[in-house]
Design a protein around this ligand. Structure first.
Ligand SMILES: NC(=O)c1ccc[n+]([C@@H]2O[C@H](COP(=O)([O-])OP(=O)(O)OC[C@H]3O[C@@H](n4cnc5c(N)ncnc54)[C@H](O)[C@@H]3O)[C@@H](O)[C@H]2O)c1
Length: 288
């Protein structure tokens, strides 16, 4: 997600410092951003932008001191509250006073990290959906201590980079879209983890009835199964929910087999031509 956010900002003329702890990951990020520039050049914001100038606006760094010299932080580290707290603590010490902090967390809430930044009033959630340039709706959510001026600034930033902000009045798990999507995903995974039906049949039902181009398992592959597992196992532990624990174990079998979804070339489906995109997917009798 970090690389998509970086590219979106650069496409809209902003200078970006893309920070990661792993130099190899940054090399991969650069390649993927170049691929995005080609893959999506039919879209208006890509067509308007000069690809090499856009790339030049994205500086890659593994130096936190360099990364901290920014007006706004968009945090997209893995969905682990301890890790997120550490990252906000680190940048709370390094960033200039005016820097606004945002988290892109999908399933946690900003009050979990706010105090670790040392500037709770300047921290809010700014939660993107992917692919960011197509699903261009972003949740803007305060915690109880976020200053209204900071929330206005975050909303303004979202508009500045071509996103449609959905402002929440108070903290709520899953924001708006994910609150609905998580319920759907939970039931989809439960159906398969409990041996009721197959991945393909769940997607067939959703796609065939709702006339959608993708079903829950296709969506999960796009999100990345590591991220989905992190979220599922975290909430299984928090809520003591036996079915969620079973679902987390089911997801773990995919991770153990190296199937991480779209980004590894295989998850519930094989890429680049997943079965659900084949013309006969809905009518095919048994494929599992
Ligand atoms: N995948 C999605 O569709 C999606 C959508 C919206 C929000 N999110 C949220 O975005 C966040 C990241 O998800 P992702 O799917 O991009 O995960 P990812 O695992 O693909 O990327 C996380 C990156 O963080 C880096 N990282 C790890 N520790 C770090 C540290 N201490 N400092 C800096 N970088 C560090 C990793 O090297 C990795 O490149 C999560 O909070 C997730 O909930 C994901």
């Amino acid at each position: 997600m970090g690389r998509q956010i970086a590219l979106q900002c650069a496409l809209y003329g902003l200078t970006v410092l893309l920070y990661d702890v792993d130099l190899k990951v940054l090399g991969g990020a650069r390649k993927q951003i170049e691929n995005y520039l080609e893959q999506f050049n039919h879209l208006e914001q890509f067509a308007k932008a000069d690809p090499s100038a856009t790339l030049e606006r994205i500086q890659l760094t593994i130096d936190p001191k360099e990364a901290a010299q920014c007006d706004l932080i968009s945090e997209s580290v893995p969905e682990d509250p301890v890790l997120k707290r550490n990252v906000f603590k680190q940048f709370g010490r390094l960033c200039p006073q005016h820097t606004v902090f945002t988290t892109n967390s999908s399933s946690l809430v900003p009050s979990m990290f706010a105090d670790s930044s040392g500037r709770a009033d300047r921290l809010a959630a700014l939660h993107f959906h992917q692919p960011i340039w197509i699903s261009n709706v972003v949740d803007v959510m305060p915690h109880a201590g976020t200053s209204p001026q900071v929330l206005d600034a975050v909303e303004g930033f979202a508009r500045r980079i071509g996103q449609i902000p959905i402002r929440l009045q108070k903290e709520s798990y899953g924001y708006v879209f994910n609150a609905m999507l998580n319920a759907l995903n939970r039931e989809a995974i439960t159906l398969v983890a409990n041996g009721i039906t197959s991945v393909e049949n769940v997607d067939r039902a959703w796609m065939g009835i709702m006339k959608m181009p993708i079903g829950p398992f296709g969506i999960l592959d796009g999100v990345g199964l590591e991220t989905v597992w992190h979220i599922t196992s975290y909430w299984a532990g928090q809520l003591g929910d036996v079915q969620l624990e079973k679902n987390a174990q089911f997801l773990k079998t995919y991770l153990d087999a190296g199937k991480l979804g779209l980004k590894s070339g295989e998850g519930f489906y094989r890429y680049p031509d997943p079965a659900y995109q084949q013309p006969n997917f809905l009518t095919q009798p048994e494929d599992d």
